[in-house]
Unconditional design. Structure first.
Length: 435
C-alpha cells in the first residue's frame, strides 16, 4: 500500500526505517522528512499542519495509510479532518482524535482525566493569570523541588523543576504574566515533585485493545549528570531493566488499562500511540517500585523511538492495519531481546540559539549501527548539513546495555560537524543500578 508519514525528526526517520522494511509498503512518502528519511522513501515538501495540502497529496497519490509522527497535527485535529471528509474517511490514519490528543495538548485536561479514573499521579493544581496569587500560596504548601508545567504544547521544553521557593514563585509569575512559553503557558500546572526514576512506556491502541511496546529511558537535560536546561532528548536506552514483570503488571493494571477504558467510556476515538511518562517511586512499606504518571503524550517519544522501534520485529504496517481495524488483540508483538541505545549529537548552543548549514561528514563510515537523522537537510551541492538543534543520533543493538552504549559512542565519534556536542553519560545511571 501507499503510505504517508508526517514529520521530519529522528522519530520519523526511525518510523520510516521500520515501515519501509515491510513488504506491505509499496511507496512511502515522508512529509517533510529530512536527509535521512530520503533513504527510506520519498520526501515531500508538505506542512503536516496544512490539512488541505495533505488532503490534496493523499488523493493525488492514492495514499491508503497516514501515520502521524508529531503531536501538533493531532492536537489540531487531523484525524477528525479525515474522518469527516467523504473522500478521506476510509484512509487509515494512525493517531488519536482531537479529543484524544488533548491528553497531550492540555496538561490540565490530562490531570483531570487521571483524577476521574483514579490513575496514580502527583498532587497538583492549575493556575491562570487571574489566580496567580493562589498559585504562589499553593507553592508554599509544597516541598522543594517545585514542578511547573505549561498547560499547552511547548516542544518538550515547557516543564521547569526548580530548587528554591523564590525561583518557583518568579517562574510562575513569568510563565503566566509574561507568557514565557507563549500561548502554552496561559495556564500552568503546579505539582508535587515525585522522587524516583523516570521511564517511558509506549502503548499502541486500536481504541479497544492495546499492546505495550518496549520500555525506554530518555535523557532530557543538555549536560552530563542531568545538568543544564531541558532539551528534546539527548539519548535513550531500551529496555529499562527495573521495569520487570511485576512492575509492568502494576503499570498495566493501574495506568494503561484504566486509561484505555476511560477513553472508551468517554467515547473518545483513539487509534494510535499513547506514550506514558512515568516516575517509578519506591514504596516505603515493601521496598517495591510503584508507577506514577508524569505526563501523557499522544505519539511516540523522541529519541525513545530511535531505541524502541529497532527492537520491534513485528511488521509495522501489519500492526498499524490492526490498529485501524480494531483487531490488535489478534496480533502478537514480536520484540528483539537485545538492548538498544541511541546517543544524540546536537548543534553547539542547543537548546538555545544555534547555527545551521554545517556540513556533516563520516556518516558512511558508521559500521554495525543505525544512523537516524533528526535535524538534517541536503544543501545545493547534495551534502548533508545540520538543520536543527538535535542533528543525528546513532543507535546500536547488543546483547547487553553496556555493549550497546560502548558501540554507539564509538560509532558517533566517526560523525563530525563543526560545533558537534553530545552527552557522554547516556545510560550510566542505569548501569550503576544494575551493579
Amino acid at each position: 500500500m501507499n503510505i504517508l508519514l508526517l514529520g521530519s525528526g529522528g522519530r520519523e526517520h526511525a518510523m520510516a526505517y521500520r515501515i519501509a522494511a515491510s513488504e506491505r509498503c509499496s511507496h512511502l512518502y515522508i512529509a517533510p522528512g529530512n536527509a535521512g528519511t530520503s533513504q527510506c522513501g520519498k520526501n515531500v515538501n508538505l506542512n503536516p499542519e496544512d490539512f488541505p495540502a495533505v488532503e490534496k497529496f493523499v488523493l493525488e497519490n492514492d495514499i491508503q495509510m497516514v501515520v502521524v509522527g508529531p503531536e501538533a497535527p493531532l492536537v489540531a485535529g487531523i484525524t477528525d479532518y479525515f474522518a469527516n471528509h467523504p473522500l478521506l474517511r476510509n484512509v487509515m490514519v494512525i493517531g488519536p482524535s482531537r479529543q484524544g490528543a488533548q491528553l497531550e495538548g492540555s496538561k490540565d485536561y490530562a490531570k483531570e482525566f487521571m483524577a476521574r479514573y483514579k490513575i496514580p499521579t502527583a498532587t497538583y493544581r492549575t493556575f491562570t493569570t487571574e489566580t496567580v496569587h493562589e498559585g504562589l500560596v499553593f507553592l508554599r504548601t509544597l516541598k522543594a523541588p517545585y514542578v511547573l508545567k505549561a498547560d499547552g504544547l511547548a516542544a518538550g521544553k515547557g516543564v521547569l523543576i526548580l530548587n528554591t521557593l523564590a525561583e518557583a514563585e518568579s517562574a510562575l509569575v513569568d510563565m503566566l504574566q509574561n507568557l514565557r512559553f507563549g500561548e502554552a503557558s496561559r495556564k500552568v500546572v503546579v505539582e508535587q515533585y515525585l522522587d524516583g526514576i523516570e521511564l517511558s512506556v509506549f502503548v499502541l491502541s486500536d481504541g479497544h485493545h492495546y499492546v505495550i511496546l518496549p520500555t525506554a529511558k530518555d535523557y532530557k537535560r543538555i549536560g552530563d549528570g542531568d545538568t543544564g536546561p531541558n532539551t528534546g532528548g539527548m539519548g535513550s536506552v531500551s529496555p529499562v531493566h527495573f521495569a520487570d514483570k511485576a512492575f509492568m503488571q502494576k503499570v498495566d493494571e493501574r495506568i494503561v488499562a484504566p486509561t484505555i477504558k476511560g477513553l472508551l467510556h468517554e467515547k473518545i476515538s483513539y487509534k494510535g500511540f499513547l506514550f506514558v511518562g512515568l516516575m517509578a517511586v519506591r514504596n516505603e512499606a515493601d521496598g517495591t517500585m510503584d508507577p506514577y504518571v508524569i505526563e501523557y503524550n499522544v505519539r511516540m517519544g523522541d529519541p525513545e523511538t530511535e531505541s524502541v522501534f529497532p527492537r520491534i520485529k513485528s511488521d509495522m504496517v501489519d500492526l498499524f492495519e490492526h490498529t485501524w481495524n480494531g483487531t490488535l488483540n489478534k496480533n502478537m508483538l514480536e520484540v528483539d531481546p537485545r538492548a538498544a541505545v541511541c546517543v544524540m549529537g546536537v548543534s553547539e548552543g542547543y537548546p538555545g540559539a544555534y547555527a545551521k548549514g554545517k556540513v556533516i561528514t563520516g556518516i558512511d563510515d558508521v559500521d554495525g549501527s543505525i544512523v537516524f537523522h533528526a535535524g538534517t537537510a541536503l544543501n545545493e551541492k547534495g551534502a548533508v548539513v545540520t538543520n536543527g538543534g538535535r542533528v543525528i543520533c546513532v543507535t546500536s543493538m547488543a546483547d547487553t546495555v553496556p555493549s550497546a552504549i560502548l558501540r554507539s559512542y564509538q560509532e558517533l565519534e566517526k560523525i563530525q560537524w563543526e560545533g558537534r556536542y553530545f552527552r557522554r553519560d547516556i545510560g550510566q545511571d542505569l548501569l550503576k543500578m544494575m551493579v
